[in-house]
Design a protein around this ligand. Structure first.
Ligand SMILES: [Zn+2]
Length: 251
């Protein structure tokens, strides 16, 4: 079985946006029911729907509470840092995230993002939850914060940075989330013992379905890519990455 450790299938607005923008038009039915059905049929047996704002985290919670094989996380994406109302996470997410730093569109929000990241790490520590990090063009600010606050259980989702920053993540015992981006970009490959599979659906659909609306049923394409890369059977990729996800998230 496979686990999609990072998707946004609870977020209708984002799905509708992705559907309106897809380059390869398809007649697929993207209702949550059909998305879940296709995932289950492709042996994707567990999924984590990831919150990106306070409101979105509650949508993730409600979506997950109706499905036995869907889990959710509570997070505020760094792009939302300035909107954040500083409230505490509610109920029982399996992780805090996605949270982090993103300077891709400039550093105007740097201070707000750093403040929020520190707070989110605090929430994770008091609740003994792992963190799902989103870090883009901001690792120089990121490492001193996680070191100071002593983060131990985390994944860096959609990792797309240098060998050097990959090594820093591995040195700290973090997992690395690999998605469709790896299938069409030249990225450093993490060891399997630290790899998690994710889609980040509805975006970043992997080769050979690139340009389509992404969904958890595409996880096996990422596993096949990694099987080729590591020279192992796809079943081995499924076994190791599933165990990694279960170890980190307790699911
Ligand atoms: Zn995401």
């Amino acid at each position: 079985m496979f686990i999609d450790t990072h998707c946004h299938i609870h977020d209708r607005e984002t799905y509708d946006f992705a559907i309106s923008r897809q380059q390869k038009k398809s007649e697929e039915d993207f209702s949550p029911r059909q998305i879940l059905k296709r995932a289950r049929n492709n042996n994707v047996r567990k999924m984590i729907v990831v919150g990106t704002s306070e409101k979105d985290s509650l949508l993730a919670r409600d979506f997950a509470s109706a499905e036995k094989d869907v889990y959710w996380s509570w997070g505020v994406h760094p792009d939302e840092a300035e909107e954040y109302g500083l409230s505490e996470p509610v109920d029982n997410p399996v992780a805090i995230g996605e949270v982090g730093l993103d300077y891709h569109n400039g550093t105007d929000c740097r201070e707000a993002q750093i403040k929020m990241l520190r707070m989110m790490i605090g929430f994770a520590k008091t609740r003994d939850l792992p963190l799902i990090f989103h870090v883009r063009d901001a690792f120089d600010d990121f490492w001193p914060i996680v070191d100071e606050l002593g983060v131990e259980r985390a994944v860096i989702h959609s990792f797309s940075d240098s060998e050097e920053n990959l090594k820093k993540a591995l040195d700290r015992g973090f997992y690395i989330g690999v998605n469709g981006l790896a299938t069409f970009t030249d990225l450093p490959t993490p060891p399997l013992s630290r790899t998690l599979l994710e889609t980040d659906a509805p975006f970043l659909a992997p080769v050979p379905v690139r340009g389509r609306v992404n969904e958890p049923s595409y996880v096996p394409f990422i596993a096949e890519f990694l099987a080729e890369k590591h020279g192992v059977d796809v079943k081995e990729i499924a076994r190791i990455t599933t165990k990694n996800a279960q170890d980190l998230f307790g699911i």
